[in-house]
Design a protein around this ligand. Sequence first.
Ligand code: UDP
Ligand code: MN
Length: 297
Amino acid sequence: PMGTCPMAKMSLRDNFTGLLNLWARPDVLTCTSWGAPILWDGTFDPDVAQQEAIQQNLTIGLTVFAVGRYLEKYLARFLETAEQHFMVGQRVVYYVFTERPAAVPRLLLGPNRHLRVERVLRERRWQDVSMERMRTLHAALGGRLGREARFVFCMDVDQHFSSAFGPEALAESVAQLHAWHYHWPQRLLPYERDARSAAALAPGEGDFYYHAALFGGSVEALRELTAHCTQGQQRDRTRGLEARWHDESHLNKYFWLYKPAKVLSPEFCWSPEIGPRAEIRHPRVLWAPKEYALVRD
Ligand code: UDP
Ligand code: MN
């Protein structure tokens, strides 16, 4: 039985959960109020998802930015562990965005896996590096990346894969529950609250707090998402505003207005500093320790 989560039952063309049983995890919420599955370990069958994806002959993109000192500090491990764990058995194309293409580590890639490096300008402030990703991604999705890939994941570089991250995570649009905030009451979530900001959520608004370190979806859906966030950031800038958590605030506004088709449990982007939690059984991506003094100016 698949439970009663409507979007989990959607045509498999759009949803590759290989979903077995939403009731397998009575300890956690496995379906949103709008009917999207929340992917917890044990609710899906990765082998079924793999077969569904293979039948569709997909190409899956993975974008990552490595600007300034983030490149030396994180990029090699991010890519090496992606080779071991990200969409193994599918066709994958990495897009690395950096101001120093020559410094990108040369990696021996598996069959059907490609790496493309695109040059970006280095913004002076780390906040601007982070926010400019939305504009750059929008352009890339409208260009070669968008022609090559059917689905794309967009990730921070200051993390690494620790176990299988496969097509069960694919959907038209995918949002990541923030590891530090998934069990917080709504009124305490760190949304932008300044009503003048394009990212503002009013009291009572907001479903979950999503983490900008990982989001994904179809090329078309991500074109919309990145356009919306870029416009919001631009509008704020012209008004002399900057949202509390930068692009993440705008992402949260977007997913409040346009609900994600799939939500990933914090296991898909976990912070080891939180320590053991009964419901976190199988972390797939782990944050690196925050060493801002080393990587930020
Ligand atoms: N980033 C970068 N260089 C910078 C600032 C940010 O490459 O100077 C990229 C990098 O991919 C990083 C992401 O933007 O992972 C978001 O920044 P950060 O991870 O520092 O934000 P946090 O996760 O701490 O909110
Ligand atoms: Mn990060």
